[in-house]
Design a binder for this molecule. Structure first.
Ligand SMILES: Cc1cc2nc3c(=O)[nH]c(=O)nc-3n(C[C@H](O)[C@H](O)[C@H](O)COP(=O)(O)O)c2cc1C
Length: 184
């Protein structure tokens, strides 16, 4: 059986990260997708199309969904972008949405849980919540692309981050974004 990955897209800037991650994972694994209400609003604002993804969709209000149970087996969860509000919910076990509940059970079942955050500057509250999420087993990543592959387009910049997320989920990809040493 192939891999199953839960993908959450929440209300932070950079919805394109969520779209590209869901798209790339969907090429080789089953995607269970939750998009928050604010994420949809921001997607419209940022002109990112969230339709047409190869994924099984869930409503963020649907706390009875199968993915809200630890008995649902999957190979990891990623939230991209992850808002500071959703981070706070996860850090404090305040699981009032499907995204936060699915992340809560992912952590308690000790599965891979990746949070791709986007905010700046970061307050003490944000930093403390990041540490709490890290200590609970989450992998805290930031939407901070490297530049050593000399990106020329927004897509190339975004894919730098997408590739790092896929690596952490052990999802194969052929995005051309690996550091090959100074001689490469
Ligand atoms: C246009 C817009 C951009 C936003 N950008 C961010 C952001 O980059 N990071 C963040 O943490 N919150 C951001 N927010 C605030 C969150 O969307 C807000 O806290 C919301 O309640 C998050 O809900 P959700 O995590 O359930 O999607 C933004 C809101 C709007 C309307």
């Amino acid at each position: 059986m192939g891999k199953v990955v839960v993908v959450g897209i929440t209300g932070a800037s950079g919805i394109i990260y969520g779209r590209r991650i869901a798209e790339e994972i969907g090429k080789s694994a089953e995607v269970r997708l939750i998009i928050s209400k604010t994420a949809r609003e921001i997607a419209r604002h940022e002109a990112v199309d969230l339709d047409g993804l190869r994924a099984i969709p869930y409503r963020n209000e649907d706390l009875g969904a199968i993915i809200s149970s630890g008995s649902f087996r999957h190979d990891g969860m990623v939230i991209a972008p992850c808002s500071m509000k959703t981070l706070a919910g996860i850090a404090h076990g305040y699981a009032e949405t499907l995204v936060t509940r699915a992340a809560d059970v992912t952590l308690k079942e000790r599965r891979r849980c990746i949070l791709l955050l986007r905010e700046m500057p970061l307050s003490r509250i944000h930093l403390q919540n990041m540490l709490a999420a890290h200590d609970a087993g989450a992998t805290v990543m930031v939407a901070s692309p490297a530049f050593y592959h000399r990106p020329r387009t927004i897509e190339q910049l975004v894919d730098m981050v997408v590739a790092r997320v896929l690596d952490h989920l052990e999802i194969p990809h052929d995005l051309p974004v690996r550091w090959g040493g100074y001689d490469a």
